[in-house]
Design a binder for this molecule. Structure first.
Ligand SMILES: [Fe+2]
Ligand SMILES: [Fe+2]
Length: 330
């Protein structure tokens, strides 16, 4: 449980003097946006409207999916989008709780300020996704057990390093990759607009995570740094290399059945085979350094890819780590 702060503890709050973290607080105001004034909520979403390209969704680029009737594809892709937005809207509420907790836990003035400002951003993001989901006019699919378990563990945490490493450093870096892919493929102007505004805030939030972890790494010895990196690099590499497989296929086949495709299950093996060929090509593109995932860039910027750590973890030859380090020197 959170122990209540005493007035004496607040009387002379210490500011770390970290320029980057202090600057994030002023940026939270200068780069602020108004959910009612800066977003045109009168733009309608038509029942037949294509909100995002099929190519955004898992299996959406396979020949088998593309050969399906237009109405089926539209339904499946829109259900996939609804599921993602539902995860994001609850993720925003989780982030708001985490930030409120950080603001009450940490003593550093600049860290508290950032957390308080971020909490308000997350409240606005939550509202934006909720409004968009409502306009879509269909109850979204439930969130999956894995996501729920991960959010529950984060909500139960109460150590600042654990909270910040999980939320701002890890989750918000992963979220940046999700936003980029959503924004690249979004077709509906309202979806594009809210994603653009939210991404602007999220890059500040992630920036705090990277700076906080980098500061922690700078002030801790090799054994502690290695143990932190052991805990997080595995997850970051997993997130950076996660590709559509059987779990996503199961969701897609259910949507196809809902859309009236009678032989949906018979399409499964073909969809999986075609997607696997796409996955292989994408993995090759990733290790060639064409597009380094944000989560790997964050790992590098926070100091998790330093040579002594990689040696200790036996990860110096990992292809994606090598690509990340190589791209940063280019
Ligand atoms: Fe957010
Ligand atoms: Fe955020």
């Amino acid at each position: 449980m959170l122990r209540a702060m005493r007035t004496r503890e607040l009387l002379h709050l210490h500011n770390t003097g970290h320029q980057g973290i202090n600057a994030l607080f002023s940026k939270a105001h200068s780069a602020d946006w108004d959910i009612d004034r800066d977003v045109d909520w009168t733009v309608p979403i038509g029942p037949q409207e294509v909100l995002i390209d099929d190519a955004w969704s898992a299996f959406g680029r396979t020949a088998t999916f593309q050969a399906l009737p237009e109405a089926v594809r539209r339904y499946a892709t829109s259900r996939g989008l609804g599921r993602m937005l539902n995860i994001l809207q609850v993720g925003e509420s989780v982030a708001q709780d985490v930030c409120a907790k950080i603001a009450l836990l940490v003593r550093e003035e600049d860290y508290r300020n950032h957390a308080a400002a971020q909490a308000m951003d997350e409240a606005r993001h939550h509202l934006a996704y909720r409004r968009f989901i409502e306009k879509m006019g269909a109850e979204p699919e439930d969130i999956d057990a894995g996501t729920e378990t991960m959010f529950d563990a984060l909500l139960a945490a109460d150590a600042p390093l654990e909270l910040i490493a999980t939320e701002q450093f890890f989750l918000e870096s992963v979220a940046m990759d999700i936003f980029e892919s959503l924004r690249t493929h979004a077709r509906h102007p309202l979806l594009r607009d809210i994603l653009t505004l939210i991404t602007r805030d999220e890059s500040r939030h992630m920036g705090f995570g990277v700076l906080y972890v980098a500061e922690w790494m700078r002030t801790h010895g090799l054994a502690e740094r290695v143990s932190f990196a052991r805990r997080w690099l595995g997850q970051m590499l997993f997130a950076a290399t996660d590709q559509p497989g059987p779990i996503m296929l199961g969701r897609l086949l259910r949507r196809l059945r809902e859309a009236g495709v009678d032989d949906a299950d018979a399409l499964g093996p073909r969809l999986l085979r075609e997607q696997q060929a796409i996955n292989v090509a994408e993995r090759a593109a990733a290790v060639s350094g064409q597009r380094i995932p944000q989560v790997m860039k964050s790992a590098r910027r926070a100091g998790l890819l330093e040579a002594d750590i990689l040696d200790a973890l036996g990860l110096a030859e990992h292809p994606l780590i090598r690509a990340t380090l190589h791209a940063s020197q280019a």
